[in-house]
Ligand binder design. Sequence first.
Ligand code: MTE
Ligand code: MO
Length: 377
Amino acid sequence: MPFVPDAPLDATKIPGLPSAPLNARSAFENPGQAPPGVMSGASNTPLQQLHGTITPADLHFQRHHNGIAVLDPARHRLVVHGLVARPLSISVEDLRRFPSVTRTCFIECAGNGRVAYRAPKPELTPQDVDGMTSNSEWTGVPASVLLREAGVQSGASWVLAEGGDAAVLSRSIPLDKMMDDAIVAYAQNGEAVRTANGYPMRLVLPGYEGNMCIKWLRRLKVIDQPNMSRDETAKYTDPLPDGTSRQFSFVMDAKSIITSPAYPEHLAAHGWWPISGLAWSGRGRITRVDVSVDGGASWSAAEFEGPVLPMAHTRFQYMWKWAGQTARLMSRAVDETGYVQPTLAEFKRVRGTGTDYHYNAIRSWTVAAHGAVTFGG
Ligand SMILES: Nc1nc2c(c(=O)[nH]1)N[C@H]1C(S)=C(S)[C@@H](COP(=O)(O)O)O[C@H]1N2
Ligand SMILES: [Mo]
């Protein structure tokens, strides 16, 4: 348990605390991931407790298929091989000697939103609804630099990325994406990547489904066709109502969620309330977010609160004067390609009930006349 000091009645009358090796979160703030202790599953980010756009590293969601791997950076190697002129075996030290890049982007699990779509109920928090998306500043080496160092041979078109965890998770990534903006990241929000997020190195593919952002990265194999790994065949494929399936649906479509007011908040008084939330798109920048307080009958443009970066969480805000009526709050994101976040009815028509990934329909929160806020409605 961290030391929790009592707040003095008047902090100007006694000296403050001495410094500590780690500047801990205020003892009055207690955000946490949920559920804790999962072996093979997901720990969601408490979106309702965050401000701005960056997810603190210790609150970045975690999704692991067979536990959190603990890798010794002194022994870890990233092997680059396959259709290359010069196979490489790169240590963590070697990786840090290459020229680096830093960029902010979201990572969203392809299954984010599943519970709210499949089993909606009023008592869902933003963390429950959409807590498998997080936004970090990632630092590392462009995958293109490593692939050029290895010398990609003609005829190559895909790269198999593999993790060194007990899941040995592997995915095939189009070579074009790897050469465009993929990063082999060793740092997250200014410090080494957290253990659960792939220490000592992970793949970051801006805008692509989280599953492809291989953590604990140990191998990049240049190949001339997709590997057809378990996670790109048996999983991460979407059955459609017409009996066909969507496979290789890499890019995350535009989406948004209101994080406040949301369950379990309770509006204590009539008057002005900021409707605040996050919007993001795997296809580029968010260009507009509309907010409705009447269940989609009418919409108003929200403001952007901070940086609007491509493939990154964007914070929107809309000041709402609540007069005590029952209200249904919704947000609708539009990205720079002109793509508009679909309504739930549209989404259901196109994707059906068997769909298992890429849930980006518009969601709602209901504010009751007494101020209680619940999911859906
Ligand atoms: N090696 C490995 N990489 C992995 C996973 C894994 O279990 N093992 N999970 C994937 C999934 S499903 C997602 S959504 C993202 C989650 O990244 P995060 O835990 O850093 O949020 O990592 C991906 N990379
Ligand atoms: Mo995922």
